[in-house]
Design a protein around this ligand. Sequence first.
Ligand SMILES: [Zn+2]
Length: 234
Amino acid sequence: MNSLSRCSSSLDALLIGMVLIASAANASSNPAKHRGLQHCADGSAIVAGAEEQDFADICQGVAEAFKFFVSHAVRPTEAVTIEVSKTIPAEAGPTAAGCYIEQKRRVFVLPYNAFRRYKTWFGVPIDRAIYRALATHEAAHAVAACNFRIRNPTIQAKEYLAYAATLSSLPPRIRSRALRATPPQGFDSLERFRPMLYMVDPMRFGAEAYRHYAMAPDPSSVVHAILSGEALSD
Ligand SMILES: [Zn+2]
């Protein structure tokens, strides 16, 4: 089974189902606390367990991920399902602030108040813009997972796309600051993006991925080469 076949082929059809589920869930939740399922106004995500401001930021972050892929003519095929939880699944590692679990097709992110305790991200003090970037990153994983045309994309393929989307979506002032914290090492070839680099220094991997993407003569061709398995597939 390839990754495409696990995903819905129609965002509209899926959204109809999601809206029904959300209505039912909201009926039994406490609306004052906004703790039930909520769906983003643009239909890009269904969010569980979010406080009001977190929900708004997550929707904005997911919309940025959608915008990134649509700008490369890659179509998101389903709403992203997101759970806001103080506990991130163990498989994401002990320090993860968010993750996308492919088997469940579900994103998990910390609430902002818990994420803030990390203090900085890419050397930038964590604020609401960075929280939105966290949502963008995980949503980008979800969108990419439904658009890879190979069975088992590599970690470097997944993370290259997620970081390119994340850093592209940051306000330029914050992006510049984040990139300054990780001086360039001249990654002019995709061969440099190895799994070990991501494991050892994910921030460097992310910064170099964004630089490589942004400096490519045709960034869309890089995105499509990765999704098709022509690039970063071993
Ligand atoms: Zn990632």
